[in-house]
Ligand binder design. Structure first.
Ligand code: ADP
Length: 182
């Protein structure tokens, strides 16, 4: 299932094509909206697989700012936790979208470290209904994760980029190559 693996320090970075709700990791990241009340795309899939308790916990969190993230339990998922990250809607790149997307990845890694989690899987945040260009999003995702785990080892053993299509995986593979990871 693993399409490609690279190592940065003690952390394995994987690219896979999979349904993120099936992954057995400490945390899967959700591409949530700021209300944290569920939605379509990967958000809907995660809520369906986790069961209604997930929405109940989300309702207690008071929403989440764009570029930030909040953590919940994983309920019926194999993943022990869900980190709900709110990506930016793409407006042509004029509204700080790149920095906000990078911030999602950084905040999610920080939250995972604060909870002593050692494996995390990300979907391609903002590349669905939020329309972020998928090649640029992959470069930001891989670049941010690689520099964060290199600069600040957090005891993260594995970070998975969970792509939902071969095309998305290709964008991530290109980003690995551009950054000299493979
Ligand atoms: P956003 O609103 O942040 O754009 P979407 O859920 O619309 O979020 O899409 C984000 C990415 O998640 C897209 O690349 C989409 O193909 C992908 N995706 C959708 N369902 C799943 C899933 N079950 N597992 C992994 N990725 C998924």
């Amino acid at each position: 299932m693993t399409a490609l693996t690279a190592e940065v320090g003690n952390t394995h970075l994987h690219i896979v094509v999979a349904d993120i709700t099936t992954l057995d990791v400490d945390a899967i990241v959700n591409a949530a909206n700021s209300a944290l009340r569920g939605g379509g795309g990967v958000d809907g899939a995660i809520h369906r697989a986790a069961g209604p308790e997930l929405l109940e916990e989300c309702r207690t969190l008071g929403g989440c700012d764009t570029g930030s993230a909040k953590i919940t339990r994983g309920y019926r998922l194999k993943a022990r936790h869900v980190i709900h990250a709110v990506g930016p809607v793409w407006h042509g790149g004029t509204q700080n979208e790149e920095a906000l997307l990078a911030s999602c990845y950084r905040t999610a890694l920080d939250l995972a470290a604060a909870h002593r989690l050692t494996s995390i899987a990300f979907p391609a945040i903002s590349t669905g209904v939020y329309r972020f260009p998928p090649d640029l999003a992959a470069r930001i995702a891989v670049g941010t994760v690689a520099s964060e785990v290199a600069a600040q080892p957090r005891g993260m053993a594995a970070v998975t980029f969970c792509c939902f299509s071969e095309e998305s995986a290709e964008h991530h593979k290109e980003a690995f190559a551009e950054l000299g990871l493979v």
